[in-house]
Design a protein around this ligand. Structure first.
Ligand code: ADP
Ligand code: MG
Length: 325
């Protein structure tokens, strides 16, 4: 039975890569790492009811479980190559398990294929539904983007728009229907279930961004990690936060700001760039089809401060911490 499940996964995620000498089916995978490159490696676990709501479509789980890992590679400026998948599946009738696996593998493959990522192995066990994906990517020696290089004076930028995924989760939890709001609800929930890892942006930022992180826990928390690791502070202008028209049409201004500052799961990149490079970086990213917006700057000190549109500093309680804690 387990073997049939594994076969279904293998068939649906097949991806020819020269550097995979032995894929799914033996005791271990064998790969040929490219000479002269470093490996970037990440793993993330998603548990039903914790990291995705009960009832999430299998294909969405497949996409997202890979997307969150590819987002980590993007934040490092690495290009993806291989993945491992550890699946813990509840005891259910075979047809239900097969349907789940087929959906999962389809969503996974939809994201893996355009990036030529090969699933090379994994493990399958019984228990409450949980999924761990590990990814491996390549980066030239010493070129990995880290959280640690931001300097006072650098400009803080983010890709795409912020707050959509948290708004989507909020709507889902309140029982919103996908056909409500002229497609806005569907858009926001899609942003929750199907985040786009910004891999081409990560590559373009090598040698130019001084620090980079992907936004999984919310802008304030994740920019806070850059500040800690870089031993600097940051000032953000709330008025500059990029938000989608769908988000802005669905909530009042304060809720939008809270979602953008503190909502998780967007998987956009937040990065810092020396002022002289900002214009070039923005032009190049726009050419890649993923705009980046300047939202503030790095200062000496510690912590992240947010200024509202009137120039007042927000108190911690006004920054939406509580809503998403
Ligand atoms: P072993 O007992 O030697 O660890 P398994 O029976 O767990 O072998 O796995 C058999 C093969 O199937 C291995 O190559 C393993 O990497 C692969 N595999 C198992 N589960 C998965 C999965 N969920 N996704 C991808 N490959 C898997
Ligand atoms: Mg095993």
């Amino acid at each position: 039975m387990e073997f049939r499940l594994i076969d279904r996964i293998r068939e649906r995620t097949a991806q020819g890569r020269e550097d995979v000498k032995l894929g799914i089916g033996d005791d271990a995978a064998v790969v040929a790492p490219p000479v002269g490159q470093e490996l970037a490696i990440a793993i993330d676990t998603m548990v039903e009811g914790v990291h995705f709501p009960h009832g999430t479509a299998a294909a969405d789980i497949g996409w997202k479980s890979l997307a969150v890992n590819l987002s980590d590679l993007a934040a490092m400026g690495a290009s993806p190559a291989w993945a491992l998948l550890a699946l813990t599946l509840p005891t259910k009738p075979a047809e239900q398990l097969h349907a789940f696996i087929d959906g999962y593998a389809e969503g996974f493959a939809q994201l893996a294929q355009p990036h030529r990522l090969a699933l090379i192995g994994g493990d399958t066990t019984r228990g409450a539904l949980a999924i761990s994906v590990a990814v491996h990517g390549f980066v030239p020696p010493g070129k990995a983007l880290t959280r640690a290089g931001a300097r006072a004076g650098d400009v803080v930028l983010v890709t795409g728009t912020l707050g959509d995924a948290a708004a989507g989760l909020h709507l889902l939890q309140r029982g919103a229907r996908l056909d409500e709001g002229d497609g806005r609800v569907a858009y926001l929930i899609e942003r929750l279930h199907r985040p786009t890892p910004r891999l081409s942006v990560g590559l373009a930022l090598r040698d130019r961004a001084s620090a980079c992180i992907d936004i999984s826990d919310g802008l304030l928390a994740d920019l806070g990690h850059i500040c800690e690791e870089s031993a600097v502070g940051a000032e953000i202008e709330a008025a500059l936060l990029p938000c989608s028209p769908m988000l802005m049409a669905s909530f009042d201004d304060l809720a939008v700001r809270d979602f953008a500052l503190s909502g998780g799961d967007d998987y956009e990149l937040c990065f810092t760039v020396p002022p002289a490079l900002v214009a070039d970086v923005q032009t190049d990213l726009a050419r890649l089809g993923c705009g980046a917006t300047r939202i503030g700057r790095i200062i000496e000190g510690a912590g992240v401060r947010v200024r509202d549109a009137q120039g007042q500093w927000l108190e911690a309680a006004q920054r939406g911490w509580d809503h998403f804690a």
